[in-house]
Design a protein around this ligand. Sequence first.
Ligand code: BMX
Ligand code: ZN
Length: 332
Amino acid sequence: MSKAKGLDETKIDKIAKSHMPALGIDLGGTNIRAAAVRDNEIITETERIPTPDGRDNIIEGILELISKFQKDVLVGVGIATAGIVNGDTGEIIGSTGNLPGWSGTPLKQVLEAKLGIPVHVENDANAAGYAEARIEALKRKRCVVTVTLGTGIGGGIVMHGRLFRGANWAAGEVGHIKIALDNKRLCTCGLFDCWEAYGAGRGVIQTAQELLEGVTEAQSPLAKNVDEITTYEIFDAGDAGDIMAQKIVNRWHEHISHGLVNIAHILNPDCFVITGGLSENIDFRLLEDMVADRSLPRVGESIEIRQSALQGQAGIIGAAQFVSDEFLSTRK
Ligand code: BMX
Ligand code: ZN
């Protein structure tokens, strides 16, 4: 076959590869999900397996998922995981009690040795934020902060299209900003009164347990089994008109607004994107009003709070997009 004039084989190979998809993997507490991504969009079925226990089993699970895709048409693999990740080495360098034993895992090194293609490992909220900030409506904004509400609270700060990582890869660990005094609630990170001890799933449950103290079953059916109450029960009861549940949900919105207000006064973002499993229970108008009421006018009045555009796909898309963008930026 004749070569195009002026292009050597390496360049032809690179140009061909720049159109290849990357595989995005979202490692969550419940499932590990994978799909191929091109141009910030998922282009295949999403494959999933339940998240196994323990570091070695998780790595095995990731490899099993990757084997369902044709490796030689992929430019690389991107992995979104909870925890603080060194983006150069792909090692997990910090983790709360939500993922015990995960810190210290040299994930990129282990996977690249087995796969022979590039692997990028990224914090889950950073990956989600990277994808959300690239959608058409947001890609020209100065600062977009994505907040994931789930088992924990994660954050991804994107300024002028670039992820802000901080001095030691931990920028955006917004779940651990302090929103109360007096050591009221212990966070899974070991600190007290972190935002996620109020705003993530476990926090909503603790708020419910506090507010339901002394409440009878006749006043609210939620009082029946307070020790084992779930977030689903609370939000469902609120939707069904239970006044106590609505009070809990309202208090949760206040907690969420406190964290957003703190971030807003440091970064003055154009917009917050709220994603993660709990985000579908957010009343966005109420939250926007709360944030505006608690902020300096210059800060609060201009902030838009948006529901995620990519929903559960943001981690997969963002992780994969990192691999494609890294490939393009290193293309000679
Ligand atoms: C925690 C922390 C973050 C993560 C966030 C959301 C760990 C294991 N997790 O604050 O790194 O981004 O939770 O995590 O250190 P998720 O599990 O709710 O997606
Ligand atoms: Zn914490």
